[in-house]
Design a binder for this molecule. Sequence first.
Ligand SMILES: N[C@@H](CCC(=O)N[C@@H](CS)C(=O)NCC(=O)O)C(=O)O
Length: 211
Amino acid sequence: MILHDYFRSSAAYRVRIALNLKALKPERKFVHLRKGDQRGADYRAVNPQGLVPTLEIGGVRLTQSLAIIEYLDEKYPEPPLVPRDAEERALARAIALTIACDIHPIDNLRVLQYLERELGADAAKRDAWYAHWIREGFEAIEKQLAPRRGETYALGAQPTLADICIVPQVANAARVKLPMEPYPRIAEVNANCLKLQAFADARPEVQPDAE
Ligand SMILES: N[C@@H](CCC(=O)N[C@@H](CS)C(=O)NCC(=O)O)C(=O)O
C-alpha cells in the first residue's frame, strides 16, 4: 500500500486519519504541492486529476479521499467509520460532503493560485475568500451538530467520517486564524478527536515532509 501524500493537504489528512484508525501503515510518497509536483507528468500518471491523495493498493490506484476512506472501511471493517444506523450514516456523510464538496474545493491551492495569479487578488483578499467559505460551511455544520453537544465525537461515542473531515478542515481554518468561538460544537469535536492517537499522528506538523 502506498499513500501519495502532502503534509498540508487536508484531503490527504483525512485519509491519514482513516488509515491510522484502521492501524494500516502504508509506504508514503510525498508530492510537493507548493513546488507543483502534482502537475508533473510523473504524478499525473498516478492521479490524472493531479491532486493528492492517491492510495495505491495491490496495483490499483484509488483517488478522491472520501472514496478511499469508504474503500478502506469496506476492506477493513473494524473499527467502522460510518454509523450502522441509516439516519446517522446519512448525517455523517452529509457533514463529510459539506466539507469535501462545498468548502474544501473552493479553497484549494489551485483555486487560490488562480485568484492571485489570474484575478490579481492580494494575500489579504485570498485569505478573506478562504475564511468566507469555511465560515459558510461551519455555520451550517454547527447548527446540525449543536443538538449533540456533549457527545464525544460528532455523532456519538465513535469517530466517523464526519470527524475525519471536520478535524482537517479546522486545521485549515487555523491557518487563516478563523475564530472558532462561533462554532463551539465543532471546536469540542475537534479537541476530543485530537486526543486520539490516530488523529494526533495524522496532523500536518508531525508528518515526515512537514516544513
Ligand atoms: N476532492 C478531492 C480533493 C483533493 C485535493 O484537492 N487535494 C489538494 C490538496 S488538499 C491538492 O492536491 N491540490 C493541488 C492543487 O490545487 O494544485 C479529495 O477529496 O481527494
